[in-house]
Each structure stands twice: as C-alpha cells, then as structure tokens.
Ligand binder design. Structure first.
Ligand SMILES: C[S@@+](CC[C@H](N)C(=O)[O-])C[C@H]1O[C@@H](n2cnc3c(N)ncnc32)[C@H](O)[C@@H]1O
Length: 324
C-alpha cells in the first residue's frame, strides 16, 4: 500500500518529518514507475501493476507521484514486474480483464479473452436480435467457455436467451461460474467434452472459440502462461473445429446456427468443414485487424419461429428451448 492515501505529499510538511513506518522516502510512486520503465516494462503495464499492488486507481497514481511506498509493496511490485517481463499476461497479474464491456475475473486456469472474440459475440447478438428476434427464449450454447466470456457477454446483451456453457476443465468452469455469480448473469454451467453434457438437446445458436493453434506452431511458446488445453487441440489445429462441425447438426434446431472462431488462415478449411457437415455456410467475419476470424453455418430449412416445435422427427426433445 502507499503509506496510506492520507499520506499523500503534504506541501506544508517539513522535509525532516519522519516517514511513515515501513517506508523509505526515496521509494516513491514516480521512482518505482521510472525503474520499471528503465527495465523495459510498458508504461501502461507498469502503472496498472503498481495501482493493483497499492489498491489505487491510475488517477491516484498520477496525482501522487511523490507519495512514499511501503517497502513490502515495492517488493511485490518488483515481483509483478519480473513476471510481466517473463511473459505472464497482465490480466493474470491484476486478476481481471474487460471483455465486451464486462469486467471478468481471471486466473491462469482460463484463457485471457481476446478482443478478436468480440467479433463472434457481436455476430451472435446480431443473430439473436435479427433472425431469432421472434423467439421469446432462444436456446444458446457456448462450448469451451473458459472464463465464461462469450456466454456472459451474450447473456448480458440478450437476457431472454437461455444459455448453457460447457468446458471440460473443472477449474475453468469454477472461474466462469464465479464470474456469472458476481455479475448477476444467469447461465447454466456444465462440465464435459464439447456436446457430451448437452446430449439430447438442440439449440438455436451454438457458439465456440475452441483451441485452434497447431501444437508445433512457434507462436505457442509466447503463450506459455495460458492453459495449453485452451490454445491447442494437438498437432492438427483443426481437430476441435472438425469435431464441433461434425457433431453440430445433431444439436441444432430448425434453422439453427453454428458460429465458430478460428485462426486467421483457417477460414477456407472451416467453411469446407461446415459444408461437409451438411450446413449452409452463412459466411466468414473478419476481426479488427481484417483477418478471417469467425465462420457460421446454418442447418437447412426454415428458422424456428415462436410457435416452432420443441420435438423433432427423430424423437429428440429440446429441453433447452423452454418457451413458457
Ligand atoms: C480458446 S479457449 C476459449 C475460452 C473462452 N471461450 C474465450 O473465448 O475466451 C478454449 C476453451 O475450450 C476448452 N476445451 C478444450 N477442449 C475441450 C473439450 N474437449 N470439451 C470442452 N471444452 C474444451 C478449454 O478448457 C478452454 O477453456
């Protein structure tokens, strides 16, 4: 902590005034930030890390750059800077990240949600507010939910949707569930392998940002702090995308849509996977950098309307589509 916010520099204070216990007059906010910069840390990262260690905001730091910092806090800041320089994401060190306007708590058990994934969320919300607007409670699944980023962002934007979110990692699911509880957003959290916990259920919209980096991709090394399970499905980067495309038709309702995030070079392959699964390819959306990032496919036939069936000719009953 800073000596205390009330220990902010007092212009009337005599230079000979004793420092608060545990502080060294030479260790100030400005000095710690300058040291971090000199060691090569990004200015914003250094400011956010020091603010996190001291429990104060950036505005306080800017206004109190000559405030003394307790020796123990300076030590914790140095440790956090070293981790950041070793490639640990800032989001793990400060314990949170903003995604689609939501503040999500994160641990190293979950992938740090990327801005690219907001492309998928935006498309899903457009679909819910467009073609699915007539459904009082569209059924949505988020497969490989991690921190719950996609499920929570879609649920917040579209509270009438009934959302089920799946992850095979119990630790990830605990993070997602805690985020949902803290934000007061209702999502059904289920542990298991992709569609397995959703056996016998069909959805109007299935969303997924699965692991899609080849295990031998050299870029993976820079992501060493994030769970490998979240990043790569193994030697074939398309493995999880292929599994999802193959299984989706059995879990889509009439006109139901599968939307997949994928690597920027995987657009043609994912369109082919969706077509091979018998889905009508709706197209591919690009991320903010202009790379192909999300591809969607739709089960052929009319989109379910508000009075549409909950049961299917093969006897499947859609428990998720719980229209009142
Ligand atoms: C790329 S991360 C996406 C996390 C989050 N949806 C996001 O966009 O930030 C992929 C997630 O899929 C999960 N996952 C990997 N294999 C899985 C499987 N076979 N079944 C269910 N989830 C799986 C991982 O645990 C991880 O949380």
């Amino acid at each position: 902590m800073p000596a205390s916010p009330s220990a902010a520099p007092d212009p009337s204070r005599d230079v000979a005034t004793p420092q608060p216990p545990g502080t060294d007059a030479r260790v100030t906010v400005a000095r710690l930030l300058a040291q971090a910069r000199a060691q090569g840390l990004d200015r914003l990262d250094a400011t956010l890390l020091l603010g996190h260690v001291l429990g104060v905001g950036r505005a306080w730091l800017l206004a109190h750059d000559d405030a003394p910092v307790e020796t123990s806090a300076a030590g914790r800041f140095a440790g956090a800077c070293a981790q950041r320089q070793a490639g640990v994401p800032l989001a793990y060190l400060v314990g949170e990240r903003e995604f689609h306007g939501l503040s999500l708590r994160l641990t190293p058990d979950v992938l740090v949600p990327r801005p690219d994934t907001e492309t998928l969320v935006d498309w899903a919300i457009e679909w819910l507010q467009g073609p699915l607007a007539a459904l009082p409670h569209p059924a949505v699944a988020d497969l490989g939910t991690g921190s719950g980023a996609i499920a929570l962002a879609v649920a917040r934007a579209c509270p009438r949707a009934r959302i089920s979110a799946v992850d095979c990692s119990a630790a990830a699911l605990a993070v997602a569930r805690a985020n949902g509880e803290r934000l007061g957003i209702d999502v059904q959290w289920l542990q298991g392998d992709w569609f397995a916990p959703l056996a016998g259920r069909r959805f109007d919209l299935v969303l997924s940002n699965p692991p899609y980096i080849d295990a031998d991709d050299p870029h993976l090394a820079a992501l060493h702090a994030e769970p490998r399970l979240a990043l790569t499905p193994g030697p074939d980067g398309l493995a999880a995308l292929r599994q999802l495309a193959h299984a989706a038709p059995a879990h889509l309702g009439p006109g139901g849509v599968l939307m997949l995030e994928h690597g920027h070079g995987q657009g043609p392959a994912v369109r082919a996977l969706l077509a091979r699964a018998g889905l009508e390819v709706l197209g591919t959306r690009r991320d903010l950098a202009g790379h192909e990032r999300c591809t969607a496919g739709r089960l052929r036939g009319p989109t379910r309307d508000a009075g549409g069936p909950l049961a299917y000719p093969d006897g499947t009953v859609n428990h998720a589509m719980g229209e009142e």
